[in-house]
Design a protein around this ligand. Structure first.
Ligand SMILES: C[S@@+](CC[C@H](N)C(=O)[O-])C[C@H]1O[C@@H](n2cnc3c(N)ncnc32)[C@H](O)[C@@H]1O
Length: 292
């Protein structure tokens, strides 16, 4: 068993069912429009509205891609979004890239892949942006890619080392892997912090949460070197629930008979995550790796 696995692993089939079930709700409730993203808003410099804050991490991807285009004098770019949701990050890049590109979005959920493909057709982007139901731990990709990225998707991986191995083999030398996700801190945790962390990992389906140094050590044997690490936690707007209410919702839901997967993820996992972020048990970060 992978030493990073500290919570029950959600089999890929169960995670697929979860996203297949949840995605129509995301779309129906309108929470993901107009950016078509399923990730957190980052209220850093330049983000004055919700769409801008939701696109903040997409903009970080764009800047990294533009940096590579200039540095390597690229005439076209090949990109993959590993854990693409319904395609929002690729749609954002498509609107801003000034040179030819080919992009592939992978998601474990067929519902997401089909939703993204439909949306790509509506936006007239279907020739450049393809979407596939696939597992990033068994990448069905022929490289070489210039950039691969995952926004809030790596945390779901039961085996981050395998993710690194799979990605490394489709990146060309000098290519970048960009990650935005939750990472655990390295300090020893109090028992109440461990309980919040366990509740977050269980509810959010984040079985093998690594710290940035742990992930860097897993990546290095595959020729991926960590070149940038930025903490975005201060730019999140965290939910502040009174601790007894948070405890009741997170630890009491099961006893009250709430066992729906969406309850477990959004209420139990989501609230526990907010507590972990507030207590500096987990940090939300932007990491860049370079393929040697
Ligand atoms: C929180 S959503 C983020 C979606 C998207 N990156 C965004 O920012 O809008 C997590 C994504 O990770 C994907 N994912 C999780 N495990 C995966 C796996 N093993 N292979 C491919 N995608 C996976 C899910 O299908 C989902 O699209």
């Amino acid at each position: 068993m992978n030493p990073l696995v500290t919570a029950p692993t959600t089999p890929a089939g169960a995670l697929r069912r979860y996203y297949n079930q949840a995605t129509p709700w995301f779309v129906r409730l309108g929470g993901i429009q107009p950016t078509w993203t399923i990730h957190r808003a980052v209220w850093a410099e330049g983000a004055a509205s919700l769409p801008q804050a939701l696109n903040y991490t997409n903009r970080l991807v764009l800047h990294a891609v533009q940096h590579l285009i200039e540095r390597d004098e690229l005439r076209q770019v090949r990109l993959a979004d590993l854990g693409c949701g319904v395609g929002g990050s690729l749609f954002f890049l498509a609107r801003h890239l000034k040179l030819p590109y080919q992009a592939l979005g992978l998601t474990i959920s067929g519902v997401q892949a089909r939703t993204a493909a439909t949306q790509a057709r509506r936006f007239g982007l279907h020739d450049q942006c393809a979407f596939l139901e696939a597992d990033y731990l068994n990448l069905p990709l022929a490289g070489p890619l210039d950039v691969a990225f995952s926004i809030e998707a790596l945390a779901h991986a039961p085996d981050p080392a395998r993710y690194m191995q799979q990605v490394a083999q489709v990146l060309r030398p000098g290519a970048r892997l960009l990650l935005c996700d939750d990472f655990r801190v390295e300090r020893p945790l109090h028992s109440y912090e461990q309980r919040w962390l366990a509740a977050f990992q269980r509810g959010w389906h984040a079985p093998a949460l690594a710290s940035p140094p742990q992930l860097a050590a897993l990546a290095e044997p595959y020729g991926l070197t960590l070149v940038s690490d930025r903490d975005l936690t201060p730019d999140l707007r965290l939910l502040r629930l009174p601790t007894p209410l948070a405890q009741l919702l997170v630890h009491g839901g099961g006893r009250l008979g709430f066992s729906h997967p969406l309850w477990q993820s959004f209420v139990e996992g989501g609230i526990a995550l907010q507590e972990c972020l507030r207590a500096n048990v987990v940090t939300y970060r932007w990491l860049e790796f370079e393929r040697q």
